[in-house]
Design a protein around this ligand. Structure first.
Ligand code: GTP
Ligand code: SPV
Ligand code: MN
Length: 601
């Protein structure tokens, strides 16, 4: 096997911060004996370590330095062209029984899977450096915070983990030396980045993840989808909290009244953009701040739901990001950013489809080939990403480090639907809200390999991320509602409805403030709405559309419930529930019957 990740040799004082916890030391020793690396590099998260790893990555062409004036302290990484997105078909939940993984997950038997993966890992790090990355997910002093260790032979992973998590000594301190302490074991090896030997396997009962054969973010930054969502959701159910694929934002009125909102949209459906929203001129004095852009961990306190963002950075979609669509994201990625699979301009800048200004006359595309505006190929991969520290965000919420989290007033579900689903509506109550989440659907995107643009059911945007049986997950949601005395209101949104001309009916981005404002009005019990079969719908007068150039017909189409389309939708809900083979809770079956009955009224 060609060595695609040659070992590096740090000077004294770098790469030697060993933890004291014997359980960690034993595990690293065991994985070392299996993978047989040239040496072991113990990460501590320090600035000096970071500089060393960057210098070595530049030497090995893992990173390309961008122009220091144009994008200070920032780098470009190109992944293998066969390895540019999450791969759901080789992602497995390896619980003792198939029933525990449920009908929506790929399952494989734990003992067999360990043995297959150990076979692949045998000697896999020969001639390579094995990095041990300690990290925490969550603010350092939060009761929700979890410790993880990721072993990897990828410098790109070690560098990305430093941006995406609180990495290094903070984790060693939090773990302490109790050999029985709870922590996640993550093992990653690039192997030779062969799609045929690519597996992302989760062993929730062992709090263990093994990922091989990929170097792409969602498959290999094990803190994120693997720990914070798949293992996280499994632990959350056992321990009575929630791990969700949700952004968290704060919204403050000109009078200084503040609410927090969490929203679940599937991959590449607008979470980062919504979390960084800048209100249009008409909303003078309103402020939106970001707590998180992808993941929310939530627990119940005083009958309310409180949320923390377990992450420390943003791993965001690059194409379409501009000063027009998302100025806060643009400011966040102006410096100290690790770009993956974007185009490189001749003057050392980065470029992508949808960036402000004209395209460069010449660039090197994400594959490393010459590119001009006449090229048929895209310059940046549709799933090219930035990794940037959350502290770069000018709209970072002041409570982002608060261990107890922020109180959630509303939960919003949403998908990418060109028809049927209105711009916004509100559930009648919590259980109805769970039904909205359970039946949501969205067109697939480039965030995962496979066809793009196909409508699929993606309950709570967790289809690829729920680490156990989806029926039990629905039951957990219903159970949480029973424990809440002041539950968040639940809404559904759709920024992506299209007119007969095939164009989006709604301008989206900053203008989504108008929908958010209605959500807040409803939370404060002063927003108007009419009862429809699907839920509480705003009339055009209930939405503040002042200063927006949109015609009445458009608004009517956005808020319309087309009975014919909804008959198809109802049938699709049934098909989906039936496909789950009897795991759907009775409460949600009843919700479906009530929905049918409301349409028949
Ligand atoms: P993940 O990181 O994959 O979980 O994605 P995400 O949910 O954070 O999505 P993101 O905000 O990165 O947006 C994905 C794509 O949708 C980008 O190309 C955006 O430009 C586009 N998008 C986001 N918000 C809107 C909107 O309100 N309207 C329209 N039309 N497009 C949007
Ligand atoms: C997603 O696909 O939902 C992402 C990107 O947030 S990744 O981390 O690659 O999964
Ligand atoms: Mn995501």
């Amino acid at each position: 096997m060609k060595n695609i990740a040659p070992a590096i040799f740090p000077p004294n004082g770098i790469g030697d911060t060993k933890p004291t916890n014997q359980a960690v030391l034993d595990w690293v020793h065991e994985i070392g004996r299996l993978t047989k690396p040239e040496n072991i590099f113990w990460c501590d998260g320090s600035e000096r370590e970071n500089e060393f790893l960057i210098a070595e990555s530049l030497k090995q062409n893992v990173l390309i330095k961008l122009d220091e004036k144009k994008v200070p302290r920032s780098y470009l990484h190109r992944s293998n062209p066969n390895d540019v997105a999450r791969v759901e078909k080789v992602t497995f939940i390896c619980t003792p029984t198939k029933v525990e993984a449920g009908p929506t997950n790929n399952w494989s038997e734990p003992a067999e899977t360990y043995s297959k993966l150990y076979g692949l890992l045998n000697g896999a790090m020969r001639g390579r450096t094995m990095f041990v990355v300690p990290y925490i997910m969550g603010p350092p002093d939060s009761p929700l915070t979890k410790v993880g260790f990721e072993i990897t032979d990828s410098k790109y992973v070690a560098l990305s983990m430093r941006i995406m998590t609180r990495m290094g000594k903070v984790a060693l301190n939090r773990l302490g030396s109790d050999p029985k302490a709870e922590w996640n074991r993550g093992v990653h090896s690039l192997l030779d980045v062969d799609p045929g030997r690519r597996f992302i396997c989760h062993f929730p009962q062992d709090n263990t993840i093994i990922s091989v054969g990929s170097g792409y973010g969602g498959n290999v930054l094990l803190s994120k989808k693997c720990l914070a969502l798949r293992i996280g959701s499994y632990l959350a159910r056992k321990q009575g909290w929630m791990a969700e694929h949700m952004l968290i934002l704060g919204v403050e009125s000109p009078e200084g009244k503040k609410h927090y909102v969490a929203a679940a949209f599937p991959s590449a459906c607008g979470k980062t953009n919504f979390a960084m929203l800048i209100p249009p001129k008409h909303f003078k004095g309103w402020k939106v701040t970001t707590v998180g852009d992808d993941i929310a961990w939530m627990e119940i306190r005083d009958g309310r739901l409180f949320a923390v963002n377990p992450e420390n950075g943003y791993f965001g979609v690059v194409p379409g990001t501009s000063y027009k669509s998302n100025p806060n994201a643009m400011k966040s990625i102006e410096h100290d950013t690790l770009y993956t699979n974007v185009a490189l301009t001749d003057d050392g800048d980065v470029w992508w489809e949808g960036k402000d200004g004209p395209p460069p006359k010449h660039a090197i595309d994400w594959r490393g080939n010459d590119w001009t505006p006449d090229s048929k190929e895209k310059a940046a991969h549709p799933n090219s990403r930035f990794a940037t520290p959350m502290r770069n965000n000018p709209a970072l919420d002041p409570n982002v480090e608060k261990g107890e989290g922020v109180p959630i007033s509303a939960i919003i579900f949403g998908g990418r639907r060109s028809d049927t689903v209105p711009l916004v509506y509100e559930a009648f109550d919590w259980t109805h809200g769970v039904y909205l989440g359970a039946t949501m659907a969205s067109e697939t995107t480039a965030a995962a390999t496979g066809a793009v643009g196909q409508v699929r059911r993606d309950p709570m945007a967790m289809l690829p991320f729920c680490g156990y049986n989806i029926g039990d997950y629905f039951r957990h949601w219903i159970g949480i509602g029973k424990r809440l005395t002041s539950p968040p209101l639940i809404f559904n949104v759709n920024w992506f409805r299209k007119g007969t001309n095939g164009r989006f009916l709604w301008p989206g981005f900053g203008e989504n403030m108008r929908v958010l404002k209605w959500v807040i009005d409803r939370c404060e019990q002063n927003g108007g709405a009419v009862k429809s079969p699907v839920g509480w719908l705003p009339t055009p007068h209930d939405l503040d559309l002042d200063g927006l150039d949109i015609d009445h017909k458009c608004v009517a189409d956005l808020l319309g419930i087309d009975h014919e389309e909804w008959q198809k939708e109802l049938a699709a809900h049934k098909t989906f529930f039936d496909s789950l083979g009897g795991v759907v809770p009775e409460e949600l079956q009843e919700q479906r019957e009530q929905l049918i009955a409301r349409f028949a009224e």
